[in-house]
Write a protein that binds this ligand. Structure first.
Ligand code: MSP
Length: 519
């Protein structure tokens, strides 16, 4: 691979249960970005994985009457299955119980210990197991976890601490001087006020249970699960694999990450603790951490504990995987909370996919079959004003799409594709090819109109691909084109006129058959 490295990560998921729509959301968004960046010629490395240590996972194992290792080994395949179902193209899948990770995490911690950034002390405070987070008394809300509202436990033990407080000024400087380090802006402000309110040193070890990575310098302690988990982003690239605090091997070229996707509930870890850890160890910082919002159902965060979280499989079965991916990325603004419901999904599906996009393809391919025996007519040499208008929609798309993706606005990117899709539908309605087909003298115009419309469809399919890979591949195949997933320069491929005249067009089944509410 010769392109510019592009490294994107998702959080690693707790294996206390199987993935639900909320947890799948980040991974789908990351996949769309990874696929698009492959189409802009980047050498993409897309990482996801599992956070397998900690008390929360140990408890889930205990409730199920198996050892933690048996439990994580049982659940891990369920994650892989869901990612396959959703056509996720991650390049690696890290599990924090893997040796490469444990070695890397230990090498990192030893370095910090040796240079005096880790010291032994005493911890007195509150701990929320579901969030795996420590809180001071005054952070609690009515005696409960300020993040999830559940019960917290009082902990009193000898722990090792990371000198987080020593990095307060560094973090303030970092956040203030690098406005795009944390996006969106509201999250940046939130982290800044958290850091400004004064950072306490972080307890990074536990002695009350064993399910974790032993500290290399004191094996009575296991590593605090968040300290261990954050390191996955570099251990997956070979950091510490050779026992030394450095990247060994070829994958180190991907660090620093171009963007790390996280949910808004875990920004303190990713935007304060993580950069402080990296800075302490002399490792470069990620270029950006982007925090998305929550998927809400009936106004509440979708989560397993609330019992309101569906698994992706039932929706994929009803709508298909492409429509699944489209719905969440189109309907929810990445970066903000968004309500999702079956009604709005049916609406999006029927409106955008069945009507606008699917019908456009069917009608057009049928007309090519009917009027031109399924062969792409020649590209017109003369353009009318309406042809120019249609071409203009296609011409602005690469830049509009790129701009939207630069700001991680997936919904905006899809909207820009829809300008072209809708513009093409309008063009067909206006030009009424069925009328042009009635007389021999309007046949050249019929050829021109259908070539233009096909070309617009080819280009729209190209930009739909990162979000809807299956139907886009299908459209390209039906247009007699090659493998769309091999595209490496989407802007070049989006140039008008690349559809070869003479290609065979096949009609096929509707891409998105209409769904009726009571189905
Ligand atoms: N294990 C930690 C992350 C460690 S990363 C070094 C963790 N795991 S989690 O499984 O609880 O959550 C993973 C991600 O899923 C988080 O980014 C969280 O925000 C996201 N989501 C969980 N429920 C969600 C919604 N309802 N909506 C959107 N994202 C949600 O935290």
């Amino acid at each position: 691979m010769s392109g510019k490295p592009f490294y994107i990560t998702t959080p690693i998921y707790y294996v206390n249960s199987v993935p639900h729509l909320g947890t799948a959301y980040t991974t789908v968004a990351a996949d769309a970005l990874a696929r698009y960046r492959r189409m802009t010629g980047h050498d993409v490395h897309f990482l996801t994985g599992l956070d397998e240590h900690g008390q929360k996972v140990a408890q889930a194992a205990e409730e199920n009457g198996v050892s933690p290792q048996e439990w994580v080994d049982r659940i891990a395949p369920a994650f892989k299955e869901v990612w396959e179902l959703l056509d996720i193209t991650n390049d690696d899948f890290i599990r924090t119980t893997e040796e490469r990770h444990e070695l890397g995490a230990q090498a990192f911690l030893s370095k910090l210990y040796e240079q005096g950034d880790i010291y032994k002390g005493h911890y007195d405070g509150w701990y929320c197991v579901p969030c795996e987070t420590y809180y001071a008394e005054d952070q609690l809300i009515e005696g409960e976890c300020p993040s999830c509202g559940r019960e917290v436990k009082f902990l009193k033990e000898d722990n090792y601490f990371f000198r987080l407080s020593a990095y307060q000024d560094f973090l303030v400087d970092l956040i203030e001087n690098n406005p795009s380090f944390i996006e969106p802006r509201t999250r940046r402000n939130e982290v800044l006020s958290f850091v400004n309110s004064g950072l306490k040193d972080l307890s990074i070890s536990r002695t009350t249970f064993e399910w974790g990575i032993p500290l290399p310098f004191d094996t009575d302690h296991v590593m605090y699960v968040w300290f261990d988990a954050l390191l996955n982003y570099i251990t997956a690239l070979g950091y510490g694999e050779n026992g030394e605090p450095e990247f060994s091997g070829d994958l180190g070229r991907f660090w620093p990450a171009d963007v790390q996707f996280v949910g808004k509930d875990i920004i303190r870890f990713h935007c304060a603790i993580w950069p402080a850890m990296l800075h302490a160890a002399g490792v470069a910082l990620p270029k950006q951490v982007f925090a998305h919002g929550f998927l809400l159902t009936k106004g509440e965060k979708m989560s397993k504990s609330k019992g309101n979280a569906q698994t992706p499989a039932s929706l994929v079965e009803r709508f298909g995987v492409d429509a699944y991916r489209y719905y969440f990325l189109r309907d929810v603004n990445f970066g903000q909370d968004g309500s999702v419901s079956m009604e709005s999904m049916v609406q999006r599906y029927n409106g955008d996919l069945a009507n606008d996009w699917g019908n456009l393809c069917s009608r057009l391919f049928n007309m090519i079959g009917k009027y031109f025996d399924g062969v792409v007519p020649p590209m017109p040499t003369q353009l009318t004003d309406t042809d120019e208008t249609l071409r203009a929609y296609a011409a602005v798309l690469p830049e509009k799409y790129e701009d939207a993706i630069q700001s991680l606005d997936f919904s905006g990117a899809l909207e820009s594709v829809w300008d072209l899709v809708k513009g093409t539908n309008y063009y067909i309605e206006n030009e009424a090819p069925w009328g042009l087909a009635k007389a021999e003298e309007t046949r050249p115009r019929l050829e021109a109109v259908l070539y233009n419309a096909l070309e617009a469809v080819r280009i729209a399919a190209l930009f739909c691909f990162p979000v809807m890979p299956n139907t886009s591949s299908d459209v390209w195949t039906r247009l007699g084109l090659g493998d769309i997933s091999a595209v490496k320069d989407i802007a070049a491929d989006a140039q008008w006129g690349k559809l070869p005249a003479g290609n065979s067009v096949t009609t096929g089944d509707p891409l998105f058959p209409r769904i009726y509410e009571d189905e």
